[in-house]
Design a protein around this ligand. Structure first.
Ligand code: NAP
Length: 260
């Protein structure tokens, strides 16, 4: 299927690794020119080079910096001649017990999982509406649908982003601008490996045992890959989704125990 987005410009935040990288690679394969962002320069440049090699026809720019910083967000926006596609993403807050979550940790989570994304969406959405095309995908989490132990901070902030996206989506859908949320369950990335190591330490078991226990929880018997995540993200950025907005698409291998 031709996704119909070749030649568009997109921003993928937090894109040097994991789900952001998978999304960037899939968009570039569809001919989307990209601005990629992450804090670490080496991994970001390595990712940009790899994507240029596999998708030689597209322009890939990089902006190094913490996306939770306003100045970095502005540089990301300035690097794109026009923004047709925005994929919001950032590293999730570390897991922790709510009893010891400080106000500072709460504010950092709200900045990283909510306010940064709200500001980026606000910066691009009216231009998208004027031009009659816009696709926004927020990478959130399966925890929006089903609570995950020790992830109260990130879940609360992501649910607020979900509510914001849903509310504003109705203002722009008639202009062919849609906003959807992609909710990862367990994907085999550094993030998941970190959370398995945290669980192993907390439960006093080996990392291998924690990994096996986490795998056994999932009906698919496996973790998702960044590549398959990226392809779904690219589809949600395609010409074909103009009648789909404010949806929450769970990618979790069947872990959510509900009918709908
Ligand atoms: P990952 O493999 O650890 O990759 C995170 C990426 O984000 C890296 O490129 C990292 O590069 C970048 N990054 C982190 N914080 C950033 C910041 N403040 N500014 C700019 N770039 C930043 O993580 P992932 O698995 O792809 O996760 C992506 C998102 O999905 C996270 O919010 C995570 O909580 C969520 N999620 C993941 C899973 C899963 O199973 N993987 C499940 C549910 C939800 P630098 O460190 O160099 O900045």
């Amino acid at each position: 299927m031709d996704l119909g987005i070749s030649g568009k410009w997109g921003i993928v935040e937090a894109a040097s690794k994991g789900l952001g990288r998978g999304s960037a690679a899939a968009l570039a394969a569809e001919g989307v020119n990209l601005v990629l962002n992450a804090r670490g320069v080496d991994a970001l440049e390595a990712t940009a080079s790899a994507i240029r090699a596999t998708s030689p026809g597209v322009t890939i720019k990089t902006v190094v910096g913490d996306i939770t910083q306003r100045e970095v967000r502005q540089r990301v926006l300035d690097a794109a001649p026009v923004v047709d596609i925005l994929v919001t993403n950032a590293g999730g807050p570390p897991p922790g017990n709510f009893r010891t979550d400080t106000r500072e940790r709460w504010l950092a989570a709200l900045e990283g999982q909510l306010l940064s994304h709200v500001e980026m969406i606000t910066a691009v959405i009216d231009g998208m509406a004027e031009r009659g095309f816009g696709r926004i995908v927020n990478i959130t989490s399966a925890s929006v649908r089903m609570p995950i132990h020790n992830l109260g901070l990130s879940t609360a902030a992501r649910m607020a982003l979900t509510g914001f996206a849903s509310t504003i989506s109705r203002e722009v859908v008639a202009r062919n601008v849609v906003i959807n949320n992609l909710l990862p369950g367990p994907f085999d990335t550094d993030r998941l490996r970190g959370s398995i190591a945290f669980a192993a330490q907390k439960d006093g078991i080996s990392v291998e045992s924690a990994h096996a226990a986490r795998l056994a929880e999932n009906p698919s018997g496996r973790f998702g890959t960044a590549e398959e995540f990226g392809k779904v993200c690219a589809f949600l950025c395609s010409q074909h989704v103009g009648f789909i907005t404010a949806q929450n698409l769970l990618m979790d291998g069947g872990a959510f125990p509900g009918n709908i």
